[in-house]
Design a protein around this ligand. Structure first.
Ligand SMILES: [Zn+2]
Ligand SMILES: [Zn+2]
Length: 165
């Protein structure tokens, strides 16, 4: 979805409220299409004394696969973002993360998509204390224990192993 912000850039005090539902059902992440419901975007874009600031809250649900036990699960995410929008690239301070909006046209989908990617957890777990799979038989330990016994090593053999390394 492209938003025309030309007027907003020109008129100090002007604001636009955001209340969108973006369809990301065809976006691929981790080899699947995880967005089961639209991504809700609320917030506003405001020209505050000539500075255009976009502040928004995102909420969305993803259908994911657990990194540890490979079970599928759904999780709701929410996050808030604030971006400074600039009509032209600023050459003097390249360190700030301004969003360039050439011709006053903002591609909201791409901005939201980038923010969702930034908000991804480094590990996707079905639950904080996921027990994972048994390394020997592959049993999902969240669903029950298996009959494999943990390999215990006699300390004397361990010492010998050390010597043989
Ligand atoms: Zn898991
Ligand atoms: Zn097992």
């Amino acid at each position: 979805m492209t938003m025309d912000l030309k007027q907003l850039f020109e008129v100090v005090g002007e604001r636009i409220s955001l209340d969108e539902a973006l369809d990301f059902s065809d976006r691929t992440l981790f080899g699947t299409q995880p967005f089961v419901t639209p991504v809700q975007v609320t917030g506003e874009i405001a020209n505050q004394a000539g500075v255009v600031v976009l502040s928004m809250q995102l909420s969305y649900t993803m259908h994911l696969t657990c990194d540890r036990c490979l079970d599928e699960f759904e999780r709701a995410f929410s996050c808030s973002w604030e971006h400074l929008l600039v009509a032209e690239p600023l050459t003097d301070d390249s360190d700030t993360e301004n969003i360039e909006v050439p011709d006053g046209l903002l591609n909201l989908d791409e901005l939201v998509w980038a923010d969702i990617l930034l908000n991804l957890p480094s590990k996707l777990l079905c639950r904080e204390d996921c027990k994972g799979l048994c390394p020997q038989c592959g049993q999902n330990r969240n669903h029950g224990s298996c009959s494999c016994t943990e390999k215990t090593v006699d300390p004397r053999w361990a010492a010998l192993d050390e010597l043989l390394k």
